[in-house]
Design a protein around this ligand. Sequence first.
Ligand code: ATP
Ligand code: MG
Length: 343
Amino acid sequence: MTAFDSVEEAGKALAAQGYLTDDRLATMVFLMTRLEKPVLLEGPAGVGKTELAKSLAAATGRRLLRLQCYEGQDESSALYEWDYGKQLLYTQILREKIGQLVADAPDLHDAVDRIGAQESVFFSERFLAARPLLEAVRSEEPVVLLIDEIDRADEALEAVLLEMLGEYQISVPEIGTFTARNRPYVILTSNNTRDLAAALKRRCLHLFLDYPSAERELDIVRSKDTGLPEALARQLVEIVRGLRELELRKSPSISETIDWARTLAVLGVDELTAPVLSDTVSVVVKYDKDVRKALEALPRLVDPNAEVPETLHGHGHGHGHGHSHEAPKVSADRGSRSFGRRS
Ligand SMILES: Nc1ncnc2c1ncn2[C@@H]1O[C@H](COP(=O)(O)OP(=O)(O)OP(=O)(O)O)[C@@H](O)[C@H]1O
Ligand SMILES: [Mg+2]
């Protein structure tokens, strides 16, 4: 049972769910479904890492199971827990039965042994509360498993994931090993706040998801029906790309481009001017210092000829010079560099 017959089909199926890919991303999705290997998506905030897992689930008709990682998280929230409350309830209801079991025990030692012999009753699947990883392995139907923001969890949790990522199985000492009937599609995401263990990386296909090309970002904005006229959306995408080059503390992401487009549409803007963009810039940049940098750059981004600093004269001649050429190059570079890290 394969999800997609070709890279193209994978891209189309995701697009039908409102998720637009480029060739590299569609290839990765196709490969992950074929090779049955987990995918590790790294990249800045808001470039569509989480959304990819959701869209893949929708495109393949699979249920999405999600493990949201956080600092200090322990393995029981990822794998399973013993349902203590249920165990207690059962022992209370069965008090009489348990009483009979030990009624004629000659001493405490013997009574404990007799109870011990029944332990497997209480540490059986009945009392197991499955968390996302075990749930994914036990599921009758194939699922998509999203392990979101793995870099927020401690390294110990990474180690816990290895058995699952490598063999699609989970061992519960009291019961045995559960092996997935249907291999889940596993997507891990990371914002790169720390380096992940080599053992984890080795088990995954790796993709650095960067800001999209101008064309794809425009396609995405268009697909969201923001209400902003085409020409303005195109210009807005270029302006956001310009902001990304400012080395802000937090660069605007795709979702912020979409928000900005919606904001401007609601305001009924019919021309992108520096004042209009300045008034709404807080939709896309969220830190004080970033806002100041953005305000300074906006007049130049709106009209490259307007206020070109003295030092750049004779360089920035053509209208809109640089944007559509330079930016894609940067993202392509970043992508291949991080692919190089894989081994
Ligand atoms: N390829 C895409 N096609 C359509 N929409 C997209 C795409 N990429 C991103 N988006 C939009 O951007 C939003 C943010 O994406 P998402 O939440 O997946 O980002 P993320 O990479 O998981 O960010 P974070 O690291 O902050 O969790 C999505 O809700 C979606 O609207
Ligand atoms: Mg996310």
